[in-house]
Design a binder for this molecule. Structure first.
Ligand code: DON
Length: 573
């Protein structure tokens, strides 16, 4: 009897302990989800922020156009159907890989106007003037998008240019259906639309799902571009409308700024991670360099022994991100203006040395980390689209107005928004931009300089073959969202949609906190991280990104990953 009671107690205790440890094990294990598969297509695919734009891009491919033709058509279609970030008044970056394996990159990032100056956003006391770099005419950088698409077209285009532009003109005129998410976004921006403009703009209304939105003035602007090429934007009527309106509002954009703007072909950042070759954007986008640094930092660790999104996984990525973003803040800026030691920053020995202070026991404090020592020496919206054509060419493009609807300045008579990309400069050392990012002299404002970007359009190859096209919006979180999707696929064997759906987290050195998607991470993992000294912020934020990606499956078919966080859709055939 005695024995059995003792035994009973023992059994109860054992059961309790087993339950507790099972709870722990279960909580630490990746949540068992149904395997989601994205759209599968045999030959070609476009994944973008809106179905209409993906459809227009895909139709171009069906007509025999290549990925570059589809890039032109998709960029313009997004300017119509997704005005929060799609644009002709902004800029972006394209990374490509041809079917012959040649890679390259186009920089069509905005530039600081000729009349800009280092302290243009500071008052007499040297303090930042609230919203001057984000809202209204002074926030506008010289737009690059139209120069970008013509540069792409001249080098690679195959169909007549009018055929690439016409679908967007028709869409603008016919109108788009406002989605639920779009109505919410437009309604939220109304107050700012009114503050930035001196008239009631077309979009300044109370919108609801299913409303029709037509853009007659934008259709006319696109017609001028169709008929006059890039001069239809950078010269003549459109240029005059843009400059007159910006100056009427007290801004500094000039006709000369528009006249001299050029998109630039650049050598992308290419590096190996395990048996993959990764090609991503170079400066003035920080994406490629930071992606290389972070992946190389984690490469020596055996991820097959670390569960996805577990405490250890989050620790490892966070510590690598912390160190890379500290370097970003100090070293990175427009390569045409500042000397950036790109090779040293992506050198494996340097990176391994940076990770020596990492410990599994305790979080490194960001206050104890600064940039590395080298020998000798940002409602927030952007949008990404990924394209693979039937010939095997791949295009990865991230494009933006910076924050949602950019400066909110809507060109009178032109029908489009102008960016507020000037906020991506470091307007004052030590003062973070809208994404909490800090910068140094390397990213100070100067006439004609390009502001540092986090955009990370990326292409992954394996054994000389195209594997993945990936990118996302998300300001400072762009780099870490692209990073996690690469790791999800190459290290954890996820499919494209499964990877895109997977919860994400982010660390950017300062502020010293791990930003996590709410409800994405279990309580034990979060408690473990807190016990090790990590600060956690769970916030439903637009800036965790909307990844639009394409994965080439082993049988050669394509799987789309379209982010459910937005209205993003894959279309293909
Ligand atoms: O270039 C950059 O890094 C920023 N202007 C990107 C802004 C962005 O991604 C906003 N989207 N959520």
């Amino acid at each position: 009897m005695n024995f059995s009671k003792k035994n009973d107690n023992f059994l109860k205790r054992t059961l309790l302990l087993t339950c507790i440890s099972l709870l722990f094990i279960q909580c630490e294990a990746p949540t068992k989800k149904e395997k989601t598969t994205g759209l599968i297509s045999q030959k070609a695919m476009v994944v973008s922020a809106r179905e209409e734009a993906s459809q227009i891009g895909s139709d171009i491919l069906k007509k025999g156009g290549n990925a570059f033709d589809a890039m032109v058509a998709t960029q313009l279609a997004l300017a119509v159907v997704y005005p929060v970030a799609g644009n002709i008044g902004g800029g972006g970056f394209m990374v490509y890989r041809t079917n012959e394996g040649k890679t390259g990159a186009l920089d069509y990032r905005e530039k600081a106007p000729l009349a800009s100056s280092k302290d243009m956003y500071l008052d007499k006391e040297g303090n930042m003037i609230k919203q001057k770099s984000t809202l209204g005419a002074m926030a506008v950088g010289v737009p690059g998008a139209i120069a970008g698409i013509f540069e792409v077209y001249e080098k690679f285009g195959s169909l007549p240019i009018a055929e690439l532009i016409q679908p967007s003109i028709d869409l603008a005129r016919k109108g788009i259906n406002v989605t639920k998410k779009q109505a919410r976004s437009l309604n939220r921006a109304r107050e700012k639309f009114a503050l930035a403009n001196n008239y009631t703009i077309l979009l300044d209304k109370e919108w609801k799902e299913g409303d029709k939105l037509q853009f007659e003035e934008l259709a006319q602007t696109l017609e001028r571009i169709r008929d006059q090429g890039k001069d239809g934007f950078y010269k003549g009527e459109t240029a005059k409308k843009m400059v007159d309106y910006v100056q009427e509002l007290g801004g500094i954009l000039s006709l000369k700024d528009l006249e001299i703007y050029k998109a630039v072909w650049r050598k992308p950042v290419t590096f190996n991670y395990k048996d993959y070759t990764i090609t991503s954007m170079t400066l003035p986008a920080s994406g490629g360099i930071c992606l290389a640094q972070i992946l190389k930092s984690i490469e020596p660790f055996d991820l097959s022994k670390i569960k996805h999104n577990s405490t250890k996984y989050i620790q490892l990525l966070t510590e690598a991100e912390r160190r890379s973003y500290a370097d970003r803040a100090h070293f990175l800026g427009d390569i045409d203006f500042v000397d950036v030691p790109v090779d040293s920053l992506t050198n494996t020995e340097y990176i391994n040395k940076r990770m020596r202070s990492f410990s599994w026991d305790k979080a490194t404090k960001s206050s104890d980390i600064s940039h590395g020592k080298l020998k000798g020496y940002e409602s927030d919206e952007t949008t990404h689209y990924s394209i693979v054509d039937p010939f095997g060419n791949a295009v990865s493009v991230t494009t933006t107005l910076n924050t949602g609807y950019g400066s909110k300045v809507f060109v009178k008579g032109g029908g489009f928004f102008l960016n507020n990309e000037m906020d991506d400069f470091s307007a004052k050392p030590g003062v973070p931009n809208v994404y909490g990012l800090l910068g140094s002299k390397a990213n100070a404002i100067a006439p004609e300089k390009r502001m540092l970007s986090s955009m990370t359009p990326t292409i992954v190859e394996q054994n000389g073959k195209l594997k993945m096209v990936v990118g996302t919006p998300g300001g400072s979180t762009i780099i870490t969202s692209v990073l996690q999707n690469i790791i999800n696929v190459v290290d954890y064997g996820m499919g494209m949609q499964e990877s895109v759906n997977s919860p994400r987290f982010h660390h950017q050195w300062l502020p010293d906190t791990v930003l996590m998607e709410p409800n994405g991470f279990d309580s034990i993992t979060k408690a473990n991280l807190k016990a090790k000294g990590y600060h956690i912020t769970e916030r439903n934020t637009l800036i965790i990104g909307k990844v639009d990606a394409i994965l080439v499956l082993p049988n050669g078919t394509l799987e789309g990953g379209a982010d459910h966080r937005g209205d993003d859709t894959a279309v293909g055939f």
